[in-house]
Design a protein around this ligand. Structure first.
Ligand SMILES: NC(=O)c1ccc[n+]([C@@H]2O[C@H](COP(=O)([O-])OP(=O)(O)OC[C@H]3O[C@@H](n4cnc5c(N)ncnc54)[C@H](OP(=O)(O)O)[C@@H]3O)[C@@H](O)[C@H]2O)c1
Length: 249
């Protein structure tokens, strides 16, 4: 059994990770999940034929617990076990909310939206799919965080709600790694920073990125999967950058 589930897989880093998972191992199957059925169908249609045959999809809003319960039912029709779960769902801005520059910009709307977009999805996801994890062999639970969620690495300030929601995400991941290790002794739980990647999420902020520091989605996906490949259960509960270096919490 070699079946992965990737969230946020209709676009952005999630789609690149799903594509690379399918490309790099012809025995691997991947369930791509996203909120919009049309976008998932379009994403799968763009895959190479050999990859497409091993891709399935599930529509889920990870901020909605009922939707996550349906995810478990859909997944049950596709596989009994998951070798890996890669959570690429996240939020930074929309038409109403963007990162705060100063204290006065924080609102309950911006804070709640960031927590719902960056923290709640991981909790709902793991509640829904944890019974698919094997107890007798290595499996992976990877979730995209961001370096700006590091408290000790915070040198610039600003981006209050996003920083807080990623720090909360990291605490959730770390706490999960402790609880899940009691049942899934070979599980690797890891929070990952993908680098600054050319996606819709980073697009409004790309002008300040130094030359050569804006990664393609495919480059970041390959780097992140290399990091995952190098990890053992003894590394569970760590926070790693795309190049394998540890990020302080
Ligand atoms: N890009 C970067 O430079 C960068 C840097 C550091 C960290 N990250 C992190 O990497 C992750 C992926 O970001 P990205 O750059 O790939 O952004 P993106 O292209 O905007 O993708 C975000 C994905 O999350 C999905 N999503 C959001 N809320 C969801 C929900 N409630 N339920 C299900 N799916 C949901 C979106 O689905 P829809 O298509 O339905 O909206 C979308 O597929 C995020 O956690 C982000 O914070 C990115």
């Amino acid at each position: 059994m070699n079946h992965w589930l990737v969230t946020g897989a209709a676009n952005g880093i999630g789609l690149a990770v799903a594509t690379e998972l399918l490309r790099s191992d012809p025995s691997r199957r991947v369930t791509l999940t996203g909120r919009c059925e049309e976008s998932l169908v379009a994403a799968i249609a763009e895959l190479q034929p050999a990859a497409k045959a091993r891709a399935t999809m599930a529509v889920v809003d990870l901020a909605d617990a009922d939707s996550c319960t349906s995810l478990a039912s859909t997944l049950k029709q596709q596989t009994d076990q998951l070798s890996g779960v890669f959570n690429a769902a996240g939020f930074l801005h929309d038409e109403r909310i963007g990162p705060e520059k100063r204290l006065e910009d924080i609102s309950s709307e911006s804070l709640c939206r960031n927590m719902a977009g960056n923290c709640l999805p991981l909790a709902n996801l793991v509640q829904a799919v944890q019974t698919f994890l094997p107890r007798d062999r290595r499996a992976v639970l990877a979730s995209l965080s961001a370096r700006v969620g590091s408290i000790s690495d915070n040198r610039l300030g600003g981006w209050y709600s996003y920083r807080m929601s990623k720090a909360a995400h990291n605490m959730l991941l770390k706490t999960l790694s402790i609880e899940l290790a009691r049942r899934y002794k070979h599980l690797v739980c890891v929070a990952l920073h993908p680098g600054t990647v050319d996606t819709a999420l980073s697009e409004p902020f790309q002008r300040s990125v130094p030359d050569g520091k804006l990664f393609t989605r495919a480059y970041s996906a390959r780097a992140l999967l290399n990091v995952i490949d190098s990890l053992q259960a003894s590394d569970s509960g760590s926070f790693k950058a795309w190049d394998g270096t540890d990020i302080p919490w």
